[in-house]
Design a binder for this molecule. Structure first.
Ligand code: SAM
Length: 253
């Protein structure tokens, strides 16, 4: 768990903010579709954002006057969330807790529970805890059928070809669906495609490559990484593009 926390702290400085255009578009898609399905993001309603990261959902929701509780084990992610919320004037509407989901104490259920792209939801216990944390609605967002990133794919191919198709991180929507069906609960789901690009200097690209390998438990080989960066770089910088499918799952109590 300490290694995971270190990984997310390291990623925080490069993780999108709520105002990053590609992220904002995804978040708006999720909010618009779930609203259409009946989720009421009403002023004064309470919402728990599990694995909130930099506040990509928490801040837009607080801007709708929703009372948000954001939990995340990464101090760096929460620091960014609080800075951005302060700049937007919505910090008083967001309560932050530096905590893992496994150990977080839910004393009163929330109106809405939301968990997006987070390894917080990683087994039956954490799925059931998420479902039970709300009294009205639940929203879960995860990777869908594909995630294509030619640089990371080449990196894995060069280091550990058998890891090439292994996804890291959060549970699949199917695992959450299984639990909802087990409890006899109704749900709806939708898939959508997303893409984004990041540009790295040589040093940043080295750090990014090592992080990607480290989180899969693979020791990076400096020479192999350097050769790959040289191959993919243009004009002294490396542009890494990702195209992926995301799945939204929404249920009502
Ligand atoms: C990819 S970010 C997602 C951030 C945001 N929810 C979004 O959709 O943009 C994943 C977040 O999950 C957090 N996380 C990792 N393990 C967790 C756990 N066990 N409990 C709660 N959050 C966790 C990480 O610190 C990170 O901020």
């Amino acid at each position: 768990m300490a290694m995971e926390r270190r990984f997310w702290d390291m990623l925080a400085k490069r993780y999108p903010h709520f105002y990053t255009p590609s992220m904002r578009q995804d978040v708006q898609s999720v909010l618009a579709w779930t609203k259409e399905q009946g989720v009421a993001y009403a002023p004064q309603s309470t919402l728990l954002d599990i694995g909130s990261g930099t506040g990509t959902f928490s801040i837009p929701l607080a801007l709708l006057h929703v009372k948000v509780t954001a939990i995340d084990p990464s101090a760096r992610m929460l620091e960014i969330l609080r800075e951005d919320a302060q700049d937007e004037g919505v910090l008083p509407l967001i309560e932050t807790h530096q905590s893992d989901w496994d150990t977080f104490d839910v004393s009163t259920p929330y109106d809405i529970v939301l968990a997006s792209m987070t390894p917080a939801i990683h087994d039956t216990f954490t799925i059931d805890k998420m479902i039970n944390a709300s009294q009205k609605y639940g929203v879960f967002v995860a990777w869908g059928a594909f995630r294509i990133n030619p640089f990371v794919d080449a990196l894995l191919e060069a280091h550990a070809p058998e890891e090439r198709f292994l996804q890291t991180g959060s549970m699949k929507a199917e695992d959450v669906i299984e639990r909802l069906e087990h409890k006899g609960m109704e749900y709806v789901s939708k898939r959508f495609e997303t893409q984004w690009s990041d540009t790295y200097s040589f040093e940043e690209a080295m750090a990014y490559a090592k992080e990607q390998l480290e989180r899969r438990g693979i020791q990076g080989d400096e020479e192999k990484i350097k050769a790959l960066i040289a191959h993919y770089a243009e004009h002294q910088s490396l542009k890494v593009s990702t195209k992926a499918e995301k799945v939204i799952l929404m249920w009502k109590h």
